[in-house]
Design a protein around this ligand. Structure first.
Ligand SMILES: [Zn+2]
Length: 224
């Protein structure tokens, strides 16, 4: 197995609503939010953990491709089918499947650094008691305000194993092959995250994000 290519995909993630990616409860401050957002401990500025974006891209692709893996007690387990035509296992690695001959994860998702905005707001949510109709236990959630922007990077590694891999973009268009197919998988995953959102509370209006200014190795990214 040999790596044949390595690319840097860079882009901007913009918050189209407040964004809540949870931080550590250990940092809970007196009088602070019940539910803080993750912040860089050195600068106290919010960031987007690469692991959050990577996990969301993976989960969206699994939904789209019908690649739900084993169901845990409460939680959906990532795909570990290790089939050579599985775009999820190829790009992300086969979950809990060490005998996989698909090779390592093809992408590295870097933490997204705040480049614009970044003010923190507190959004209070009531939990409605459905029997009595009253609101109870109000919780405050920190959110990074709408309009904030983060600079993102995904490193994509292509291996000789990928030569025969094919992927047809979900919106149609020609099937792609090899390294181009890997790029098309990442682009599709990002498009889906752009529709469903990132972080917590997406079903209650948080986490809408849009992606802009894509470049592949410093040139406009044709797969976007
Ligand atoms: Zn799979």
């Amino acid at each position: 197995m040999r790596r044949t290519d390595i690319h840097s995909i860079t882009f901007t993630a913009r918050c189209e609503s407040g964004l809540h990616i949870g931080g550590s409860q250990d940092e809970l401050k007196i009088g602070g939010s019940d539910n803080p957002v993750i912040k860089n401990p050195a600068s106290d500025k919010p960031y987007i953990p690469g692991s959050s974006l990577k996990g969301k891209i993976r989960a969206e692709l699994e939904r789209q491709l019908g690649k739900f893996g084993r169901e845990g007690r409460n939680q959906h387990q990532p795909c570990g089918c290790a089939e050579t035509d599985c775009p999820v296992c190829r790009v992300f690695g086969a979950h809990m499947n060490t005998s996989s001959e698909l090779g390592p994860s093809r992408i590295i998702v870097r933490d997204g650094k705040l480049v614009e905005g970044g003010r923190i707001e507190n959004k209070t949510e009531n939990i409605i008691n459905r029997q009595q109709g009253g609101a109870e236990h109000p919780r405050s959630n920190e959110r990074v305000v709408e309009g904030s922007e983060f600079s993102m990077q995904i490193v994509l590694q292509v291996y000789d194993l990928d030569e025969g891999f094919e992927y047809a973009p979900y919106r149609g268009g020609e099937a792609q092959r090899g390294g181009a197919a890997l790029q098309a998988v990442v682009a599709d995953g990002l498009r889906m995250v752009g529709m469903t959102g990132l972080g917590g509370g997406t079903s209650r209006g948080s986490g809408a994000v849009s992606f802009h200014d894509f470049e592949l190795d410093g040139e406009p990214w044709t797969h976007w």
